[in-house]
Design a protein around this ligand. Structure first.
Ligand code: ADP
Length: 450
């Protein structure tokens, strides 16, 4: 076979930003590929990736795994199909890289060398987004935090056109400071790879939200009404906001955030006015997702003492929701810790009539969350997969936010260990010193004992 059509799933946390596609042995065999080969991937757009063997549990499932960058480069979402075939590869003579809008680059010495090392042997097509893994690029940007990959766009390549190129030893890398437009969305925002666990929950969120936002025609054809409002409920720090941001980003929808307690203004009419404005913005810029955090604070159950403001705010919210014109193009997500704490008037049909529980992660989910949050962290050799597994087993009842805090605390401890060797009077701390700072087992153990 020359090519296969195959379904896309999200990448494993450790694969994120590496430019790889995971194929199972059957697919490898039928395309006569071996791990390390480069394949051409085609969805709405053409791109390329390096082949790795799929993990055992994925064999025979008829899926490939690629991360959010490759999905964007190929113009596909999770669950959609791509065509995969062996690529003809040419070594690039030159690649010009530029940041997308919103990412500012600080060009220090040797940056293009560092970047080149980071993306050596990476395949690409002109116009691709190329993630640079951040632990190697910390001196470079001020805006991207740990655990992220910095996206750069291959604005121009030589040779150009549709060819699949690879970065080699003699490829000239030029960096441009001027940001490129039109690459918002998955380049900067949260993707499904940033969420650990919650597989079934993401699946449901996608069906309820991504599908109607992307393909309203499906719902029209079947004459079914896509949901307007969805409640996500579960303990704080489990990823409700994260999932809402990811689904907005992956559906290319605007994300508008309302902090429940903050919307309650002091003056008469102020809160209603704010809600009205946000809904107007959502409709003007549709498709949009309006996320109302702690929705129980603005719409508590009425028997729990409700004030005049709350009553008016709930009334306004309901008016705005009932008045939404194009169904499916504006979706409201409300988050709360307890689903039974909100005003039942909100939960009637045509309002917040669906709910999804976002629960506490189990051991396996915790491992995935730890992998995600250690992605951009320079780990010492003793912090390997087995050790992360050990932490996952010993952090029962930790939610995602707790695990993030644990990783940050461990990182702070490594910093404290390193401080005596650092001359803080120096304008810039030399790269050789920065390279020696790693987070080790002991840092994690101490952080856990807190
Ligand atoms: P919630 O909205 O449920 O209170 P958030 O989504 O705001 O929780 O979570 C806070 C932070 O904790 C997130 O930004 C993320 O860094 C981390 N986090 C929480 N849940 C997860 C998860 N399932 N996977 C990865 N990180 C998570």
């Amino acid at each position: 076979m020359d090519e296969v059509q195959i379904k896309v799933e999200k990448a494993h946390p450790n694969d994120f930003g590496r430019g790889i596609i995971r194929l199972d042995p059957t697919t490898l065999l039928s395309l006569q590929l071996s791990p390390g080969d480069i394949v051409e991937i085609e969805g709405k757009r053409k791109t390329a990736a390096k082949v790795w063997r799929a993990e055992r549990q994925d064999w025979g499932q008829g899926i490939v795994r690629i991360d959010g960058f490759i999905r964007q480069n190929a113009g596909v979402g999770i669950g959609e199909r791509i065509t995969v075939k062996k690529a003809e590869v040419t070594t690039a003579t030159k690649v010009i890289l530029a940041p997308p809008e919103g990412v500012t680059m600080e060009y220090g010495d040797h940056i293009s060398e560092i970047i080149k090392r980071n993306i050596m042997k990476r395949p690409l097509v002109e116009g691709d987004i190329i993630p640079i893994i951040s632990s190697m690029t910390q001196p470079m940007t001020s805006q991207v935090g740990g655990g992220q990959a910095i996206p750069l766009i291959a604005v121009e390549t030589e040779p150009k056109e549709d060819e699949i190129l690879i970065i080699g030893e003699f490829t000239e890398i030029e960096l441009r400071q001027k940001p490129v437009r039109g690459y918002d969305g998955a380049t900067r925002g949260v993707t499904y790879e940033d969420i650990g666990g919650l597989g079934t929950e993401i699946q449901r969120v996608r069906e309820m939200i991504e599908l109607p936002l992307k393909h309203p025609e499906l719902f029209q054809r079947l004459n079914i009404e896509p949901p307007k409002g969805i409640i996500l409920y579960g303990p704080p720090g489990t990823g409700k906001t994260l999932i809402a941001k990811a689904v907005a980003n992956e559906s290319r929808a605007n994300f508008l955030y309302i902090a429940g307690p903050e919307i309650m203004g002091k003056y008469y009419g102020e809160s209603e006015e704010r809600i009205r404005k946000i809904f107007e913005e959502a409709e003007d810029d549709a498709p949009s997702i309006v996320f109302i955090d702690e929705i129980d604070s603005i719409a508590p159950k009425r028997q729990n003492v409700t004030g005049e403001v709350e009553r008016r705010v709930v009334a306004q919210l309901l008016t705005m929701m009932d008045g939404l014109e194009e169904r499916g193009q504006v979706i409201i997500i409300g988050a709360t810790n307890r689903v039974d704490a909100i005003d039942p008037a909100l939960r009637r049909p045509g309002r917040f009539d669906r709910e999804i529980e976002i629960g506490v992660p189990d051991t396996e989910d915790r491992l995935e969350i730890l992998q995600i949050h250690t992605r951009g962290v320079p780990l010492a050799e003793d912090v390997d997969e087995d050790f992360l597994d050990y932490i996952a087993k010993h952090t029962q009842a930790f939610v995602g936010a707790d695990l993030l805090a644990l990783v940050q605390e461990a990182a702070m401890r490594s910093l404290r260990r390193a401080l005596p060797d650092i001359n803080l009077e120096d304008e810039d701390i030399p790269q050789e010193i920065l390279d020696t700072i790693t987070v080790c087992k002991e840092d994690f153990d101490n952080a856990l004992r807190e």
